[in-house]
Design a protein around this ligand. Sequence first.
Ligand code: PNS
Length: 164
Amino acid sequence: MTIAVCPGSFDPVTYGHIDIIKRAAKIFDKVIVAVLVNMEKKPWFTIEERTDFLRKVTADIPNVEIVGFEGLLVDFAAACNAKVIVKGLRAVSDFEYEFQMALTNNKLNNNIETVFLTTSSENMYLSSSIVKQVGLLGGDISPFVPECVREGILQRIKQRSNLK
Ligand code: PNS
């Protein structure tokens, strides 16, 4: 049984992430979506909110599990018996950072391989930060995120503007 870990901040999950998770679930027996608990950038959503969104939007994929993680990704992967880290690769801009992470992870534990899936062309430009920015500026974010996530973003924007 091949277990893969699909890590990220998922703040929040977008159609780009969902595409990668779905495709990974077709390749591997089990995909553990690992949501980074402590992020350097202050997240918009708590770990519970981010994992809830992910559980809702992957509810129809039986071999996907959503888990929060802290610490080193390779340690988390080893604890889950995962041999693979699966990541989506968008444009050239992602490449250097992803390459650096993959090499570092391989140095830390060479039993774990990083596998990249090329993002489908319609998600090439998509990122959680861009979606939040479009939402903040009043744009339509429905092409980028599922409805429950769209509502969550709009609610957070409202809360943020009430705080000002
Ligand atoms: O969605 P993101 O923010 O690009 O995801 C980044 C993530 C979670 C994959 C990365 O920050 C990570 O693996 N963090 C865990 C800490 C770690 O293992 N660092 C060493 C490898 S570079």
